[in-house]
Design a protein around this ligand. Sequence first.
Ligand code: BEZ
Length: 201
Amino acid sequence: MRLWHNPASPFARKVRIVARETGLLPRIEEIAVMVSPVNPNADLAAKNPLVKIPALEANDGKVLYDSSVICEYLDSLHSGEHVIPSDATRWDALRLQSLCDGILDAAVLCRYETFVRPEAYRWNDWIKGQFTKINNGLDALAAEAPAWNAHFSIGQIGVACVLGYLDFRFADENWRGPRPQLAKWYEGVRQRASFLATMPV
Ligand code: BEZ
């Protein structure tokens, strides 16, 4: 299998962590590509009409996207402990993944708005609105963090990718300050081999 990714992308990181947590990494070739909405990558465009990463080319040639579909596909390929539970905790795990994807959507949009878009065209109220989503989402994560168990399910993997991305791109925002319970949870998770091996650059 071939995984098209960018080392800075938190969505690609989710897939790359799942590849490591499930033991599938030896079966995957990771291909790093540059992505930009204003300068689309031709190789990636041939695989995914949305020209977005992550995209996974399976061994039979089919190409899967987005990150949640790829994670589900990878989880179907092994017989170890699944990152997407099939018991009663399944819907909480999937809901948590959606919450994290939404926070990441807002964070990546802010990154593009403040870094890629020329300064003259930036819209501060819009950026503020995205940060409100990010902060409300983080407050919701902090409220439920004390109830999370040791299983590193797709929900917790998503949370780790959110916090890692905020540290990477928005360190000045100090997400930890008002959320010590979430910071405590993250201190344990950031030591995991799958997390260390996928640090954004
Ligand atoms: C970033 O550089 O922050 C980034 C790169 C690819 C996808 C999303 C974010």
